[in-house]
Design a protein around this ligand. Sequence first.
Ligand code: PLP
Length: 439
Amino acid sequence: MATETAGAHAALHARHRAVLPDWLATYYAQPIELTHGEGRYVWDAEGNRYLDFFGGILTTMTAHALPEVAAAVAEQAGRLLHSSTLYLSSQAVELAERIARLSGIPDARVFFTTSGTEANDTALLLATSYRRSNQILALRNSYHGRSFSAIGITGNSAWSPTSLSPLQTLYVHGGVRTRGPYAHLSDAEFITACVADLEDVLGQAGGQVAALIAEPVQGVGGFTMPPDGLFAAFKQVLDRHGILWITDEVQTGWGRTGEHFWGWQAHGKAGPPDILTFAKGVGNGMSMGGVVARAEVMNCLTANSISTFGGSPVTAAAALANLGYLIEHDLQGNARRVGGLLKARLESVAAGLGVVREVRGRGLMLAVELVVPGTDQPSAQAAGLVLEAAREQGLLIGKGGRAGNVLRIAPPLSLSVAEAEEGAAALEAALKAAQTALE
Ligand code: PLP
């Protein structure tokens, strides 16, 4: 870094620390200032180019600076930047029609929000109102956002600052299965154990429970992979009690997992959920989220309400262009094909490295779980070292996991085979550097 730009960067970092909250997470000892992007690449203020293996934060679904999305945004912004839910919007109606069809939920209604947190907050409002109960079931190790109520259903204290939740949350198993008493169970045994846990928790609940909210694949939790069919088994129990199923598709939607458009579809027999929430990738990074529910549930709220920004014409135009591109170019199929190749490549890299415990995932939602080399002990330090070393290699990746020891790989779904290979080679070098540093 040239001295002048290094000085400007240090000054910006100091100003950031002085005015933004201490609890705002950033990656890297010297956080990167991104200035522009194209395709699967982004550039920083010093002119360094990075292959973005984290797709923004699973937000850049198709590609950075996709011309179709940029043109739709510019065209709409030049005509009408804002219109609230007080007025009709052809963009919002068309997008809602499209998402309602894609959701698989019968007689679906769509409500647009500006984030995943607000979408989940709304889902909780609907479920608690519909069921007249503030008891919610969530999975251990879950992350659903940072509002007052979303924090109340977060199953890991590391991501959930102390707060007095308005909800009474009961946690069940169904997320992490790579450790603890669940680690050695077969898929069928794991499902049986989780269902038994759900029954046990319901037996302890006083009065009726409103809903189970769950990420089909836990995102911040480290791309845990529950066995297919888990949610179908859960749903049988929920249906007996009239409990709603909310699927949080903020990370798993739009074909990210390759085989399915939504994460819940991996649980075939489960049928559609009662409520589905989405955000992140829908607008390719524009701040949009939403809730889909069947009319009976969505319309259980009777008071008039508005949203000032939800579904505004510019974000809706971006989402329409983005989803159009995604479907027309079968990026879900690309995620399946390129993701499969990338996973196989990472598995062969991992085979020779004691710092890697497991490579898992599907489509372009892949995880590399790290340990202290030669042990089974989770290593958040290893994840930090790999992130820094990957940056040196020109590669951005994410991290997460219950112990902060999981690398998260979720590039834009348009990733090419050559880019997958470039990223895998950079990650291999970074993993080797981290392993050497830890030995
Ligand atoms: N739900 C899941 C599964 C998430 O991963 C996140 C964010 O990471 C959220 C909800 C919250 O979304 P947002 O950050 O847009 O509020």
